[in-house]
Design a protein around this ligand. Structure first.
Ligand code: FES
Length: 302
């Protein structure tokens, strides 16, 4: 964790505040566009937010938080109680949505999904790559950073107020995609579904804030053999591997507990894993909050 002080908390749009966090012990850890951090809130909740400031500024991180009417306590606390000057612990940045080199980019953002896209657009422009942004939200007043984007990038940014103009025509955008252009999209599930239907998968990178609904077989109990410690942990059918390991005293970090943030990644040495995350586990890795063993036993590098 890195210690920060909340430097500013300002309205960024209707129902959205932006937070600027200043490193309390000097420069903060470097990050790349698409990265997010876990914010440890004073009410004991941990929430993930994409970094939406300038990666060249290691003195501060900026994040933006939309008030969620179905808040489980994170956004509500931030909007109602958090004030400038408050110390806040922030994790090291993690990036599940990296910007890969490409001859050109089309960025698609919906609402608060603008946050990871904002530094991506800045990086693409700085690298001299052709880049466009189509940014949709219910109204201009509800779209954070809309003015900042328009004044920085002019015609390269198209703002779509969907209540007035309807949803962007993704099929038309796909039809005019230049060869080699990569598409990066972050937004609500309905937007991601429409975008996934319109663009070829090999040209598209997406980030989800909420897990995609999926169906798996029934949860079964299994054994987690922890090779380095020589201990074996029993995982019951009604608990997650993350919970079983944490209760057994293994310091596995966690954030979302929904398979979207990547905090709880662990190395698997043997056994078959049913991957249930939305991060995309690399070979020999798994996310312990949602993924489970397919067989009776996993061997973990713990
Ligand atoms: S805690 Fe977020 S992916 Fe497991």
């Amino acid at each position: 964790m890195q210690r920060t002080l909340l430097d500013r908390i300002d309205p960024a749009a209707e129902g959205v505040v932006s937070l600027v966090l200043r490193g309390a012990d000097g420069p903060l850890a470097p990050w790349e566009p698409g990265a997010h951090v876990d914010l440890a809130l004073p009410n004991w909740l941990t929430r993930q937010y994409s970094l939406c400031g300038d990666p060249a500024d290691l003195g501060t991180y900026r994040v933006a938080v939309r008030y969620d009417r179905l808040s489980r306590g994170g956004s509500e606390y931030i909007h109602r109680f958090l004030r400038a000057g408050r110390p806040l612990d922030v994790s090291l940045p993690r990036n599940n949505f990296p910007l890969d080199p490409a001859p050109g980019y089309l960025f698609l953002a919906g609402g608060i999904g603008i946050t990871p896209v904002l530094p991506m657009l800045r990086a693409a422009a700085a690298a001299g790559r052709p880049a466009r942004l189509v940014y949709a939200g219910p109204s201009l007043a509800a779209m954070p950073f809309a003015e900042e984007l328009r004044s920085a990038y002019g015609d390269a940014v198209r703002l779509v107020a969907t209540r007035q103009d309807g949803r962007p025509d993704f099929a038309a955008l796909a039809a005019e995609l230049a060869p080699g252009t990569m598409v990066y999209c972050c937004g609500p599930a309905s937007m991601l579904t429409a975008v996934e239907a319109a663009f070829p998968a090999e040209r598209l990178r997406t980030e989800r804030f909420r897990p995609e609904p999926k169906v798996f077989g029934p949860d079964t109990a299994f054994e987690a053999a922890c090779a380095r410690s020589g201990r074996t942990v029993q995982v019951d059918a009604d608990e997650s591997l993350l919970n079983a390991l944490t209760h057994a005293g293994f310091p596995v970090s966690s954030g979302c507990r929904e398979g979207v943030c990547g905090s709880c990644e662990i190395a698997v040495l043997d056994g078959e894993v049913e991957h249930r995350d939305d991060v995309g586990a690399a070979e020999g890795r798994m996310y312990a909050c949602v993924s489970r063993a397919l067989g009776p036993r996993l061997v973990l590098d713990l």
